[in-house]
Each structure stands twice: as C-alpha cells, then as structure tokens.
Design a protein around this ligand. Sequence first.
Ligand code: 5AD
Ligand code: SF4
Length: 511
Amino acid sequence: MAYFCGRKSNLLSLLGFGLSPHLLNGPILTMLYDSNPTLEGVIKTIDEAKQGSVFFNEQTDHGHTPGVKRFYIESYGCQMNFSDSEIVASILGDIGYAPTRNMEESDLILVNTCSIREKAEETVRKRLKIFAKAKKNRPGLKVGVLGCMAERLKKQWLEEEKLVDLVVGPDAYRDLPNLIGAAEEGGRMVNVLLSREETYADISPVRLDTNGVTAFISIMRGCDNMCSFCVVPFTRGRERSREPFSIVAEARDLFEKGYREVTLLGQNVDSYKWENPETKERADFAGLLEMTAAVHPDLRVRFSTSHPKDMTDKVLHVMAAHENICKYIHLPVQSGNSRILEMMNRTYDRAWYMGRIESIWRILPDAAVSSDIITGFCSETEEEHQETISMVSWAKYCMSYMFSYSERPGTLAARKYADDVPEEVKKRRLSEIIVVQRAVSQTYNEGEIGKTFRVLVERDSSKSDQEFCGRNSQNSMCVFPKKEGIKPGDYVQVKIRAANSATLMGDILDC
Ligand code: 5AD
Ligand code: SF4
C-alpha cells in the first residue's frame, strides 16, 4: 500500500564548450501507488491518475490511416518508466508505428511494468487478462511486456502468460524493431539483457500525454545502492550516467518548443558522473544542474530523486545561485530509526540525515523538502516507528510518499531478514504516519497564506475550467482564477489567500 500525502507531486558552453572550469574539478536526477479507499478525499494516492496511463500524442494522431500500424502503451510505476515509454514511442515511430489511445484498434499492445511492490505487479497481471480477451478477438494482435517486471521474470512470462509475445527489459528497447519483426513472424521473443552503457542518449523521446509546459529528462539509469528492500538494482541494472551534452540539448530543444520546466530524472541524481573520454574532463550533478539552468532563465529546472548520502552542499549552493533551479528537494528518509536504516542498507543514520536537512535549511532557507517512507520494515518495533513519526514533524516535509513494506523476491532483505511485522501492524503504522504528515502538510501550507509566489501556469485546474493550476518553485500546487491574456507556459505572480493540506489557492497579481 502506498499513499501520497500533502501536495502532489510530485550551455553548451560546458565541458569543452565553455563550461566554467571550477565545475569540472569537483566530485563528480512512483512508484505504484495503490488506492486507499478509507482516506479518499483527504489523502491523495500518489500519481494514481497516471498509473496505467495510455500514452498518446495528438500531433502524431492522423486518425486511422489504413496500412499504418498502431501501438497502444500503458505505463505503470515511477516517472522513469513513463519517460522510458516516450523512448519506446520514438523507437516504434522509426519503424512506422503510430500511437493510439484505443486498444481496440491497435496492432501491438505494450505494458511498461513496475516491480517495486507486490501490488504493482498484481495490477499488471489483471491488465493482462483484459489484453488476453482483445487478443482472442484479433489473433494478429501482439502483446509485449516491458520494464521492471519483464526483467524480473524474464522468460518465465512465456511459460506463465500464454498471450505474451514479447518480453523486453529496460535496457533492450533498441532491439524492439527486431523483436517485433520476429513476433510478427510468429515468434515469442525475449530480450532482458542489462547493459552497463545504455542511456538512450541519442534517442529523442516522443512526448506523449504532454501539457506542453513541463517535461522529464532522464539523466541516468540503474542504481548501485542496494537498499535492502529494493528490487530496482536487479531490474534496472548498474548505475550509468548519460552524457551531459545530449541532456542539455534536449532541455534546449524543449525550451524552443515552448516548454518552461524540465525535471532531471534518475534513481540517485546526486551520484551523476560523467567523464569526457577524450579530454578526461568530468561533470558532476552540480555541474549538470548549472549547465541545464544556463539554457534560459525562463526554463525552470527540477530534479528527482536525491539520496541523503550523496547530496552535497555543492549542489545546494548551485541551487541557491540560480533562481531558475527550483527550491525543492525530494530526500527520502525511508525510516527515522538508525537501526532500521542500517538494516535497509541506506548507509546513513538518523543524525546524518538530520544534518543534511539542516544544511538545506542553512543554504536554502526557502526550500521545501519531501520524503519517501516505508512502514513495518523487518523487525521494526513501535519505538522505532515512533522515531519515523517524529522525523516527519521535525523535518517538516511538505509531503511524503508513504508505503507499507512489501517484500520483494531476491532482494537483500528477502534473503537476510524475516518479513515479520504483521500486515495489520504495517497498515496501522502507515495510517499513523499519514495522519501526522497530513497535519504537517496543512501547517506548512497555512504558513504560505499571504505570500506571493512566481507560478508557472500548467493547465486548467482539475475542478474548474475557470481556474488554472501551476506550481511555485517549492513544488506547491497553486490554483487561481484565470485572467485575460494568461495562458499555460506563462509565469504569473500569485498571492495565496487559502490552503488545504494539498493545494494553495490564490489570485494572480497585476504585474
Ligand atoms: N516496499 C515498500 N516500499 C518500497 N519502496 C521501494 N521498495 C519498496 C518495498 N519493497 C519505496 C521506497 C522508495 C520508493 C520509490 O518506493 O520508499 O523510495
Ligand atoms: Fe532502490 Fe535505494 Fe536505488 Fe532508490 S536508491 S532505487 S530505494 S536501491
């Protein structure tokens, strides 16, 4: 189970192209969120609206053209997976496949899967039953499983799920044209090879389901951290960073197309590192942030996710120095207790984590911090759980993604520790944390009443087409009445007049 509480989240003058040299010397940016019927309306399930999103692009939809093959793709899990679906769309576009929102008219159904918790995998299995029915009606239809579940279960898929034609892991998307070709000939294909190099740097993602204002850019892949509860290092492989020029070029291209915000994505952005193979010059995450911020002062830069052990003051100083780097850090604590953190193999303890938060407060006094929290990890006691609760209040998280522990096969925790906290205790602890986080979010948001923020207009608010919504630098979602001449992609000054635990309400000021 997993809940989101609080606000939704949610150059190239560098490196041989004129990057200021001091940046080159130093050490070198989900989640499937299950619904919670008991808390509906109060606690929002994280990105629930996006889970299972069917990716689509209006610009490439030319109606049903006879002879044009169509793919239908559903995506689950973290933002990284949603980004990967855009890479897949680009690769399929090159072989003449166009996206469709309508499963009934597709020649190829793809499901980009998540393994992070058991519930995520169950959701995908249910969807496969629906795809099986579609396939019965249309025998030529092919079905492919992509992403983390493909990687975890490999060819077991072909044995367990007779309808599956393609099983493709996160590092094998370039092979899709071959695999689809062979599947069209009647083969059942698997490619789950993980790579130490693949970053898809040269592939220009097809932006699907876009608001035309905000976009995600993947800057690295994989994870080397081996948190004991986590399946990601096994499904996404070793950490590798994408070369910075292609990242900045992608940001610039987005800006030129009218986008005004990019989020740099990685499992652990602070360990971004890249070395120019010819000049041996190096770039770290602070350098990459600075390069991306230099694209244009009106292009906002965000990033996710930061690991407390790697987040440096250098990054905080770069954030402080650039108005367009958003003052928001997602810094997952996972647990507030040092013994549990050690068992989780997070490589920091409670005191170290608090030290990192204090650095943020010192260097970026107006920054907002959010977190991920797991309740009921192996052997967690009531006292240890209380330490997580106290961390939520102490750190004053603007919001948290909260989960109850779900044992994943093959992880360090599954091999070493008993999953011995009863399910009802995990859930009760989760509810307790949610209550505290909700109060902290409410207090945080009430503290914003009367302040004025620069807000990037994203779209109509979900409740009314008379209102816009957009975020401030701290990532708070602001809702405000529309004003003549203002459109998505514009920056406006919004004065906050009211707040609840998820949203700030305000009015556009005359500039
Ligand atoms: N059980 C519950 N939550 C998990 N997460 C990762 N693995 C598990 C698991 N086995 C959570 C962590 C992580 C977020 C993306 O998902 O909090 O930060
Ligand atoms: Fe999983 Fe830890 Fe890597 Fe995050 S940092 S993806 S929780 S192993």
